[in-house]
Ligand binder design. Structure first.
Ligand SMILES: [Zn+2]
Length: 185
């Protein structure tokens, strides 16, 4: 873990703006941006699993794809990924494959986080690539964003809730996610 800098705050706020964009589209509010070694935002992404009917369309994956296209390179060597929520196992794996140098995330995810909360995919001792990790900056803001989203969704009548693609009973995916679990993206 390393200490956050002033620019970390700026880029994390850009990731929060992305999270708001997801929320406006009815998606669980998670956002990410990827910054080049020279400090420019290369790409951004927000959670769009519902819109794309794609379980892999987490904010980090969307941002990684956009950054790869921007650089015409699947390796994002030296880049930093900022995200509002601790990456899950899938995203942690993708971040490692992309050779991201540094990860800055805001809120921990006690239900699916793979940077130490539940699993330790990031910086697993048997993996070669090491990612510098900074966490906790703006964590309360990002947690509140998720909690408010789930609270509002629970208060909606079941008939208006977003149809569950798994065909489960309406609201069944909400009960487990009071703290803003990434799994429900
Ligand atoms: Zn993920």
């Amino acid at each position: 873990m390393t200490e956050p800098s002033t620019s970390d705050l700026v880029f994390l706020r850009a990731a929060i703006t992305e999270a708001h964009a997801a929320e406006l589209a009815g998606e669980v509010p998670v956002g990410a941006v990827i910054v080049s070694p020279t400090g420019d935002i290369l790409a951004s992404g927000n959670n769009r699993v519902l819109r794309d009917h794609d379980p892999t369309a987490h904010a980090e994956i969307v941002a990684l794809r956009n950054a790869g296209l921007a650089l015409s390179n699947y390796r994002l060597t030296g880049c930093t990924l900022y995200v509002t929520l601790e990456p899950c196992a899938m995203c942690a794996g993708a971040i490692l494959h992309a050779r991201i140098a540094r990860l800055v995330y805001a809120a921990p995810d006690p239900k699916a986080g793979a940077c130490g909360s539940v699993l330790s995919v990031m910086n697993h001792p048997q993996l070669n690539h090491k990612v510098e990790v900074t966490s906790g900056l703006l964590a309360e803001d990002c947690s509140a964003l998720l909690q408010n989203f789930f609270r509002a969704r629970r208060q909606r009548p079941a008939a208006l809730a977003h149809p569950n693609p798994q065909g489960e009973r309406p609201g069944s995916d909400l009960d487990d996610n009071e703290e803003g679990c990434e799994e429900s993206r």
